[in-house]
Design a protein around this ligand. Structure first.
Ligand code: PTJ
Length: 252
């Protein structure tokens, strides 16, 4: 990949694309993953490429839920493994979560390449692809195949950057789902218990910070944060932010 000049106005965005292209070359990211990133980028541009107040609220609620969980699991796909493997490992260790590879466009080669990237980032255990996998009912994509020790027996599942149907299926079998999705209109964003409308490259580090800050708090404080959280309201705030930003840009 080309080096991006230090003063290029789109440096971070271009470098992020570069990470995905490298991930594709290493067999981690699939071609549709590159397209999915483009959709995310478009929303991120409108949101001002920053962690907005609605995302921060969701991050705090997510940190509380992860800390209260008995068995939290972080689900990892190709894009997340290419963009933030270190943050996945850090978050898992901070909140005692399992890491599980779960892919929509699943091949044995991609499962292995993603596991390798996570181990290289410091993971000690990565689930996914075991011989005695469990099946999530009413889910017909490859994502239905999950680890018995991971997503299948989890109480809270974090699904950064997801496609539509799995969150609904996970909810039907009693899981609490935290999604990270820049599109506040997506099926996943609407179905999740908590939706962090932010770029994974900012949301995962911010989630690590929030978990660190909330870790010493009493259980009832975390429960109060969760009780005061309303995902529909947060998604509404994200949509309002889009509308305000458009008006602001139109006035310039
Ligand atoms: O690695 P695999 O095989 O599991 O496949 C992964 C993809 C991403 C290809 C698959 O899950 C897919 O097709 O996803 P969708 O339906 O395109 O949905 C991806 C969602 O993530 C969209 O709503 C995007 O706006 C959003 N998104 C893309 N990039 C980011 C993002 N959200 C947060 N941060 C991003 N960097």
């Amino acid at each position: 990949m080309h080096d991006i000049p230090a003063n290029h106005p789109r440096k971070v965005s271009l470098e992020t694309r570069g990470q995905l292209v490298k991930g594709f070359e290493q067999g981690i990211v699939c071609i549709p993953g590159l397209i999915a990133h483009g959709r995310g980028e478009a929303f991120d541009y409108i949101f001002g490429e920053k962690t907005n107040h609605f995302a921060q609220k969701a991050i705090e609620a997510s940190a509380s839920l992860l800390l209260l969980a008995k068995k939290p699991v972080i689900s990892v796909n190709g894009n997340v493994a290419a963009l933030c493997p270190g943050e996945v490992v850090q978050l898992a260790s901070l909140c005692g979560a399992e890491i599980e590879v779960n892919l929509f466009y699943r091949t044995p080669e991609r499962m292995e390449a993603i596991k390798k990237a996570l181990f290289a980032a410091g993971a000690r255990r990565v689930l996914g692809g075991e011989e005695d996998e469990a099946i999530i009912p009413e889910l017909f994509s490859e994502r239905r195949r999950v680890s018995r020790e991971g997503i299948y027996s989890a109480d809270v599942v974090l699904v950064p950057l997801e496609d539509g149907d799995r969150t609904t299926a996970l909810k039907k079998i009693g899981k609490k789902v935290i999604a990270i999705d820049l599109n506040p209109l997506s099926v996943t964003a609407k179905a999740a218990d908590i939706t962090i409308v932010d770029n994974v490259i900012r949301a995962l580090p911010a989630l690590c910070t929030a978990v660190n800050q909330l870790k010493p708090k009493e259980k009832h404080t975390l429960e109060q944060i969760l009780a005061g959280y309303n995902n529909n309201m947060v998604l509404g705030e994200a949509l309002e932010a889009i509308s305000l930003r458009m008006k602001e840009l139109a006035r310039r």
